[in-house]
Design a protein around this ligand. Structure first.
Ligand code: HEM
Ligand code: HEM
Length: 176
C-alpha cells in the first residue's frame, strides 16, 4: 500500500477520492427526480439510496479531512503558475466544504421535519417533534448548494482533463 508523497497521492487518498467521486455523482442523480417525477430507472433504482449514501458521504468526508490534514506536508503541490495553483486549492477546499454541508443540510431537512434519520436500514435518529428552524435551514440551503456542487464538480473534471490531455503535466496521473 503506497503512502502520499510529493509526487503522487497514495492508496488511501486515491481510494477515498474515487470512491467518493462515484458516490457524489450518484447523489447528483437526485436531480433526475425533476424528469417525469422520477418515474424511470434512475429514479426508481438509484435515487432511493439518496439518504443512505448521503449519510455515508457525511462519515467519509470526516475521515478524508482527517487524512488530508495528517498528510498535508507530504501531498503533491500545485504546479505553477501560482495564481492557478491558488485557484485549484480554493476549488478543492470548496469541494470539501460542499461535501460537509450537503449531508448536514440533508439531515436537517429530515430531522427538522420530524422524520428522523434511517441509513442502510439503521435508525440513526428516531422520528420526533418538528424543529422548524432546522427544517428551514436545510430546506433553504440543500438544493441550491447541490446545483453549485454539480457545477464545481464539472469544473473540477474539466480541469483534470485539461491537465491530462492539453497540458500533459502529470497532475491527472498522480490521482490515478
Ligand atoms: C453529498 C451528499 C449529497 C448530495 C450531493 C445531495 C444532492 C441532492 C440533490 C442534487 C438534490 C435535488 C435538488 C433539486 O432537485 O433541486 C437533493 C435533494 C434532497 N436531498 Fe440530498 N444530497 C446529499 C445528501 C443528502 C442527505 C445526507 C440527505 C438526508 C439525510 C439528503 C436529503 C435530501 C432530500 C430530503 C432532498 C429533497 C429536498 C427537496 O426537494 O427540497 N441529501 N440532494
Ligand atoms: C471523473 C471525475 C474526477 C476526476 C477525473 C478527478 C481528478 C482529480 C485529480 C487529477 C486530482 C488531483 C489534483 C492535484 O493533484 O492537484 C483531484 C483532486 C481532488 N478531487 Fe477529484 N476528480 C474527479 C471527481 C471528483 C469528485 C466527484 C470530487 C468530489 C466532489 C472530487 C474531489 C477532489 C478533491 C477534494 C481533490 C483534492 C485532493 C484531495 O484532497 O483529496 N473529485 N481530482
Amino acid at each position: 500500500m503506497s503512502r502520499d508523497t510529493r509526487e503522487r497521492y497514495g492508496t488511501i487518498s486515491r481510494l477515498l477520492h474515487w470512491g467518493m467521486a462515484v458516490l457524489v455523482i450518484w447523489q447528483a442523480l437526485k436531480l433526475f427526480d425533476r424528469i417525469n417525477d422520477g418515474e424511470h430507472w434512475v429514479g426508481q433504482v438509484l435515487v432511493p439510496w439518496h439518504v443512505s449514501i448521503g449519510t455515508l458521504i457525511g462519515v467519509l468526508i470526516l475521515v478524508r479531512i482527517a487524512w488530508a490534514l495528517r498528510n498535508k506536508d507530504n501531498r503533491p503541490p500545485a504546479p505553477p503558475p501560482p495564481m492557478l495553483g491558488l485557484l485549484a486549492r480554493a476549488g478543492h477546499i470548496a469541494l470539501y466544504v460542499g461535501l460537509v454541508l450537503m449531508p448536514l443540510t440533508g439531515i436537517s431537512i429530515l430531522v427538522g421535519n420530524g422524520y428522523g434519520l434511517k441509513a442502510f436500514g439503521m435508525q440513526l435518529v428516531a422520528p420526533g417533534p418538528e424543529i422548524e428552524w432546522l427544517a428551514t435551514f436545510g430546506g433553504v440551503i440543500h438544493s441550491p448548494l447541490a446545483w453549485l456542487l454539480v457545477l464545481l464538480v464539472a469544473g473540477h473534471i474539466g480541469a483534470a482533463l485539461w491537465h491530462g490531455l492539453v497540458r500533459k503535466d502529470g497532475v491527472l496521473q498522480r490521482m490515478l
